[in-house]
Design a protein around this ligand. Sequence first.
Ligand code: UGA
Length: 449
Amino acid sequence: MSRNISVIGLGHVGLCTAVCLADRPNKVKAFEIDESKMKLIGEGVSPFYEPQLEMLLRKTIREGNLQVISGIEKAILGSDISFVTVGTPILPDGKLDTSFIRACGEQIGKALQKKESFHLIVVKSTVVPGSTERVVKPILERHSGKKAGTDFGLVFNPEFLREGSAIHDILHPSRIIIGEYDEHSGETLETFYEEFHRERIQVLRTNLATAEMIKYASNALLATKISFINEMANICERLSERVDVVEVAQAIGMDPRIGPHFLQAGLGWGGSCFPKDITALITFSEKMGYNPRILEAVVLVNLEQTKRAVDIVKEEMGNLKGKKISILGLSFKPNTDDVRNAPSLRIIERLIHEGAEVCVYDPAALNNTRRVFGTKIKYFPSLAECIDNADSCILVTEWEEFKKLSPEDYIRSMRNPFLFDGRRIYKADEFSARIKFLAVGLSKMRSKT
Ligand code: UGA
């Protein structure tokens, strides 16, 4: 059954949600406050890179199922369900900036005043527990003159999609969490998802604040797993026997109580979600009078993990002044052009500070990195040009393209082949037999020098 839906806020979650909903095929009205973004989207161009997104955007616009709309009122009046996906950035004091969600709640409220039929508001923006009920609901009620739960519906429905596989994650969710203000609202969204998904889905219905907490707890545990395995990696690296964290992770992951995912040691987690959400959860928790020691350690281990990459290169090469160091991969993970809080940024900053000549390459994130560092570093359009004549390479993001390289590719190009594999994509024995090779979580089997 095709439904009339609106999506408000076309960032990563909003735009990917809008195209997926429109492709199945609902009539979707999409609104974004940033006019330049809105113009691009209306022309079928995605403002950011995400596999399959642009193809679906063009298709759904062409088929007339996705319409970019110039005002919230039109979006609300032309739909029965609204997904609110506006940003909730973090403020310098660690609290969430809810100004966008409050401003859009006001507009939605005013539009609801003009509606006769039942309208369901689905909040997807990440907000700290209690916010949908204590911040969003009063704004909606004040500006609509209506009552949540009777005149309009209200739910909090967290999003668990990952950048780089957003479309897949929306279409095949591991679970759908519906935090409901009232039973009818929850029921309405559950029925909608049952119709939308063409496979069996797990749905858990709960209250608003629990659903808000579930979102934070999920990201916090995932980040904890990564910091934990990075800590194990740091211990492995110091052992004199040959111990490899990759083998350790594989073995512990076989235990169903632990599970194999998110145990890839590397240079730390980044992106627009984990850093923001964990900081917000720490601040929120402290405000409630609880000091979340585990989360603080998770953040600290993560920051130090990035620093270690430069320390290790320095230990091997001594003074880095004037040395040509190539950074392979800039985005916070593969298949995205997003460099927000990417470990690469912190590594580059330190290398600049050490006086190194920093050369960078990434299949998608060069432009975004240029916006951060300008002329302070050198950008290369290909991997081969980036590593040409380099004194050392640090592999920061595990793009597929890098996995195809052999030791010979590095030997052929580099002045002094020394590679630090920060994401464990290479076979350590093969590489260390041919070049000077170090890797995260691998005890020092000193290799060819
Ligand atoms: C994360 C969550 O995985 C999503 O479920 C959630 O919806 C999203 O945040 C959000 O809150 O919006 P995302 O930030 O796109 O998704 O990226 P992840 O795939 O989770 O990776 C985060 C970081 O952890 C990356 O820097 C990645 O390189 C790192 N990572 C991940 C590791 O270092 N090791 C691993 O084993 C896995």
